[in-house]
Ligand binder design. Structure first.
Ligand SMILES: C[S@@+](CC[C@H](N)C(=O)[O-])C[C@H]1O[C@@H](n2cnc3c(N)ncnc32)[C@H](O)[C@@H]1O
Length: 241
């Protein structure tokens, strides 16, 4: 796994973060050292998808990146048939994902380079938004969630993971402190942490957990569970009635 040292030397000015070739090359190291419990999150999401998948329906993974979740889904679904569309707007990400599928000669997962807002979705029982909604401008999030709800069959699920902020300033600061502590423990320097934060400013826009819950309810989801929470990260399961 190539080591992420993208932000280790001074960059001036720091350009906005992009999922370009340089990031794709180190993505697995970057995400594991930047998202607490990342491996746990994608493994449980794949297991939830396998458990609640309705035969004959579709799975959509929006912002699928290089396919880490898809690889685990193939493992947990074993020989069961399913149909998944992985969507991402980064060509280098999809190239990396495609190479992994070609190695397995796997036809159950198709890939589409597109903006997730533009994808036609229907007859789904599982839709995954793992660390991706946060990259969409907040005013556009409601429409996407409504579209996702409409595309799901009754009993269908949305798996949502997001970086979040706390509505109380002191708890927000506490969460930030623990998050930067986590990144230091993972070997990132203060320079790397601060330059990455600058790069993500106005690119990754976190909301409060309450804002996500309200949006999910407004979009029509009947049952919602926050099945994992680590300071400023939350994974939710939302069920269409
Ligand atoms: C943090 S990564 C997601 C990680 C991935 N879901 C996983 O489980 O490993 C965010 C991904 O969303 C993609 N993305 C961001 N905005 C997008 C959009 N509007 N449409 C499609 N993909 C998008 C990025 O290219 C990137 O691959």
């Amino acid at each position: 796994m190539a080591k992420d040292n993208i932000f280790s030397s001074v960059i001036d000015p720091v350009p906005p973060f992009e999922f370009n070739e340089e990031v794709v090359r180190v993505f697995d190291d970057m995400i594991r050292r930047s998202v607490p419990l990342y491996s746990e999150i994608i493994r449980r999401q794949a297991q939830l998808a396998a458990r609640l998948y309705q035969p004959g329906s579709r799975i959509y993974d929006l912002g699928c990146s290089n396919g880490n979740l898809g690889m685990i889904l193939l493992e947990v679904m074993k020989d069961r048939s399913f149909e998944m569309l992985g969507v991402d707007n980064s060509e280098p990400m999809l190239q990396a994902y495609k190479a992994r599928l070609d190695n397995k000669k796997e036809a159950r997962i198709r890939l589409l380079r597109a903006d997730m807002e533009a994808v036609e979705m229907c007859d789904a029982s599982v839709i995954i938004l793992n660390l991706t909604l946060q990259f969409l401008a907040p005013p556009r999030r409601n429409d996407l969630l409504e579209k996702i709800h409409a595309a799901l069959r009754p009993g269908g699920i949305l798996l949502l993971t997001e970086k979040v902020i706390h509505k109380e300033e002191d708890l927000l600061q506490l969460q930030q402190a623990f998050y930067y502590g986590f990144k230091m423990e993972q070997g990132y320097s203060e320079l790397e942490i601060s330059q990455k934060r600058d790069a993500l400013e106005n690119v990754l826009i976190p909301e409060t957990l309450e804002a996500h819950l309200e949006r999910l309810q407004k979009s029509g989801f009947e049952k919602i569970d926050v099945w994992l929470k680590w300071f400023n990260f939350a994974s939710l399961l939302a069920v269409k009635g």
